[in-house]
Design a protein around this ligand. Structure first.
Ligand code: HPA
Length: 290
């Protein structure tokens, strides 16, 4: 990854909006684009016009940087996400973290769509037999606060020559997902009337969905949801000294726990959840304390 190039590009964006002081940065995952429309957008830039970022290629992932406002707080919103499977390298994935840090945002909220593996993490299914648990998944439409992650992408965005921008060579990954942010999200969920799950998110590269055998193995590892994003940005942000929150919209039952998977199902699952996700993020931002 060419971090110097990223920094130069981020500094240009920053210089174009000298009075903008984001209180928080947000990355909108698959299907979350419309959630961004719940905020007041003051400026927008196409990803395609930002060196180091560029347009993402998957339908439903958008591609605009929004300088927005909610309840008097300025927000840096990445409406659209780059994925490792697209083959464009780490730079477009790292850019949001780089710009958030350069603009002085203290925290980064990472959102995604994910396949549900574990039956409602701490709800009634806990009491059921193992066989019943194996055939039930976190219900589509559930919203899960990421408590921790497992990186099964077989790679890491910090591989390669060390750059001081990203903090120490061997950054600590205890408590990647800030405990205070998780508490604030719980409070926001209560105010929004949106039940929230908590769990472990596992990242694979994709773009193929998992096999039922893989999902069975992940379940045994203690995984609650699976997806193809978020972990690289979380690693970079934690290394760079930003506070991180992660939110998964469970759009489908993971492979072998429901019907065959399609990207359309994932997007439809996210679409159904948009009103609740919008309320959650607004409540979080309104009362946000760094
Ligand atoms: N697997 C991987 N990524 C996903 C899924 C899934 O089931 N759903 C949404 N993103």
């Amino acid at each position: 990854m060419n971090t110097d190039k990223l920094i130069r590009s981020a500094e240009k964006v920053c210089a174009a909006f000298p009075a903008f002081r984001p209180k928080l940065a947000l990355v909108m995952g698959s299907g979350w684009r419309e959630v961004a429309e719940g905020f007041t957008v003051k400026h927008s830039l196409d990803y395609a016009d930002i060196p180091g970022l560029g347009a993402p290629q998957v339908a439903g992932h958008g591609g605009q940087l929004l300088l927005a406002e909610q309840g008097g707080a300025e927000l840096l919103i990445f409406a659209g996400r780059h994925h490792w499977y697209a083959g464009a390298g780490w730079e477009p994935i790292a850019f949001p973290v780089c710009l958030a840090k350069i603009m002085g945002a203290p925290g980064l909220v990472l959102t995604n769509s994910a396949g549900g593996i574990n039956p409602q993490v701490d709800r009634d299914l806990r009491a059921r037999s193992d066989a019943a648990r194996r055939s039930a998944s976190t219900p589509a439409g559930a919203v899960m606060i990421i408590d921790d992650h497992i990186n099964l992408m077989g790679t890491n965005p910090l591989l390669g020559p060390h750059h001081a921008f990203w903090g120490p060579r061997f950054p600590d990954m205890t408590g990647v997902y800030d405990a205070d942010y998780r508490r604030q999200l719980d409070e926001a969920g209560r105010r929004a009337g949106l039940p929230l799950e908590h769990g472990v998110y596992l990242a694979v590269t994709g773009p193929s969905y998992e096999t039922p055998a893989e999902i069975g193995a992940f379940r045994g590892m203690g995984v609650d949801a699976v997806g193809m994003s978020t972990v690289p940005e979380a690693i970079l942000a934690r290394a760079a000294g930003l506070r991180v929150a992660g939110i998964s919209c469970i759009t489908n039952a993971a492979a072998g726990m429901g019907q065959e998977l399609s990207h359309e199902e994932v997007l439809a699952g996210a679409r159904a959840a948009i009103p609740g996700l919008t309320r959650l993020l607004k409540e979080f931002v309104n009362e946000y304390r760094n």
